[in-house]
Design a protein around this ligand. Structure first.
Ligand code: ZN
Length: 534
């Protein structure tokens, strides 16, 4: 009994026509049982476009072709291999080179050169025919849309598509339950002034699933799309967008189900308006858009805020805090809470006002850098730390270096003598052992030592601090941020009244504990300023 492999492929759009992969499988299985062959391995690319050859199971088949697991492969027809003739031929040639039999059920592959050329010519015509049909269909759809008929059978949220029956063309019917939700969302935004986040939160609390019910909560993009749909005021559009290659593909190098996976909006002049049943009135639609515009102004302000400490601030739960602007205010908020919104997060720590934290950390940093007592205390600690090390003077270091160089010259001389057969190997080895012992001694002596720096002049610290302070006060925001980021490693903020700042000022690592308590929402006064050394 012949051992064969079988390959089936179905693209996503075909599946909708119920041409599932199972239909192909059944067809091949029936053929196999009638023809006394056994299918030992199935290769199935379910929902993959024939535009590209990079498909997971086609790749597996091509890899297995080298392993002699089976004698041949069965395909329903050439189109399963690829859409383009050139790509079909590529696979056929590749398999044939490996002595693998190719069985096409709908049209057997010719076994002589003339026959194959004929099949290829037919393939070229079929491809051309397909392109012509696609173009005719495209023009047909545009014509249909221009005569005011709905194109496509997918209705937007709030509607149901009623299929064409006899003379009656397909149309949108209002889905009453969904229409109520559409009305409610517009009302929330237009009349109640809800933010996008508030809308998402409310929908989640009311357990209203998003369109297509893929997730338990609505995404911002879905709400935004809904609020921009003119369908709800009676106009649906055809020819709004086109498929394009993604500019920033997410899985670079990975398998892609379709080539042009991104969409781009066409200019509005090219859109074709088709009447649809309205769900809300124009006034409500426009009012909601006015609100959205106002929010956008806020958002623009949010975006221009430069979060000085972004990437350095952490939440009490351990997650990073990210800059987030809401209604013109800027916060460092827990990433866990933001990204999981509106699903309740385990983290309960609130956002901290970014402007206040940035300003506070900067002013504390300034105060510390300009406070000569703090610097003096740190300097003396640093000095003490230095004293713990064995120190040698610069002169000693130079002497040690010189001694090492002399040893290398000595070693060279012995080697030359040995090479010229002036000394025996035993003698040579004895000399070299001596050199190595001396070298070890010098290295031991200089190990774990630091060159003694000139001692700190504590009397200068006051004036240096003053100079630093004068310079720092003049800094631009950009430089301020640069300095802050270079000195601060991380900031932990649990409750809003306490921030733990970890950072380093040249040479020493230290942690400062800044405590402050809010007097008013927008004014936090520092209570205590302590410096701990770690
Ligand atoms: Zn958190």
């Amino acid at each position: 009994m012949k051992r064969l492999a079988a390959y089936c492929r179905v693209s996503t759009d075909r599946q909708k026509d119920e041409q599932t992969i199972d239909v192909q499988k059944t067809f091949i299985s029936e053929w196999a049982s009638k023809n006394d062959v056994i299918i030992v391995e199935w290769y199935l690319d379910d929902g993959w476009s024939g535009e590209m050859l990079a498909r997971p199971d086609l790749d597996r088949l091509r890899d297995d072709a080298k392993k002699e697991l089976w004698e041949g492969v069965v395909f329903l027809d050439r189109d399963r291999l690829a859409r383009k003739l050139s790509l079909q031929e590529l696979i056929i040639d590749e398999l044939r080179d490996k002595n693998i039999e190719i069985i096409l059920l709908n049209e057997p592959l010719a076994d002589n050169p003339e026959g194959r050329i004929m099949q290829q010519i037919k393939g070229v015509f079929a491809e051309y025919e397909r392109a012509k049909i696609t173009e005719r269909m495209r023009r047909g759809k545009i014509h249909k849309a221009k005569s005011g008929k709905i194109v496509g059978n997918e209705a937007p949220y709030g509607y149901k598509y009623i299929l064409k029956i006899g003379e009656q063309d397909g149309y949108y019917l209002v889905n009453k339950a969904e229409a109520e939700i559409v009305k409610m969302i517009f009302h929330w935004v237009a009349d109640e002034g809800y933010s996008m986040y508030r809308v998402i939160q409310e929908l989640y609390t009311k357990k209203i699933p998003p369109p297509k019910r893929k997730s338990e909560y609505w995404r911002k993009s879905a709400v935004e799309r809904l609020l921009h749909r003119e369908d709800y005021i009676g106009i649906t559009y055809y020819n709004k967008g086109m498929a394009i290659m993604p500019k920033h593909p997410q899985n670079v190098g990975g398998y892609k189900k379709i080539k042009k996976s991104s969409r781009k909006l066409k200019p509005k002049e090219e859109w074709i308006a088709i009447p649809a049943p309205a769900i809300i009135d124009k006034d409500l639609f426009e009012k909601a858009h006015q609100r959205l515009k106002e929010n956008q102004l806020y958002n623009r302000r949010n975006k221009t805020y430069n979060y000085f400490l972004s990437g350095k601030v952490y939440c009490g739960c351990g997650s990073k805090r990210v800059g987030d602007g809401v209604n013109g205010h800027h916060y460092y908020r827990c990433a866990q809470r933001i990204y999981k919104f509106p699903v309740a997060s385990k983290c309960t720590y609130e956002g901290v006002n970014a402007e206040i934290l940035d300003e506070m950390v900067w002013s504390k940093l300034l105060a510390m850098l300009s406070n000569s007592n703090v610097i003096k205390a740190q300097a003396s600690r640093w000095q003490k730390k230095q004293d713990k090390f064995k120190t040698i003077s610069r002169d000693d270091v130079y002497q040690a270096k010189h001694a090492l160089e002399t040893l290398i010259e000595e070693e060279d001389r012995y080697t030359q003598a040995f090479g010229s057969k002036l000394i025996t190997f035993e003698k040579y080895k004895g000399f070299i052992d001596g050199v190595n012992a001396k070298r070890k001694a010098i290295e031991e002596q200089t190990k774990e030592t630091l060159i003694m720096e000139d001692p700190i002049n504590f009397n200068d610290i006051d004036s240096v601090c003053k100079e630093v302070m004068d310079d720092l006060k003049m800094l631009t925001d950009e430089k301020k941020q640069k300095y802050m980021r270079s000195m601060i490693k991380s900031i932990y903020v649990k409750e809003r009244s306490n921030a733990l700042v970890n950072g380093c000022i040249p040479l020493c690592t230290q942690a400062q504990n800044i405590q402050y308590e809010p007097k008013r929402r927008d004014c936090w006064i520092a209570k205590r300023w302590e410096v701990h050394f770690v």
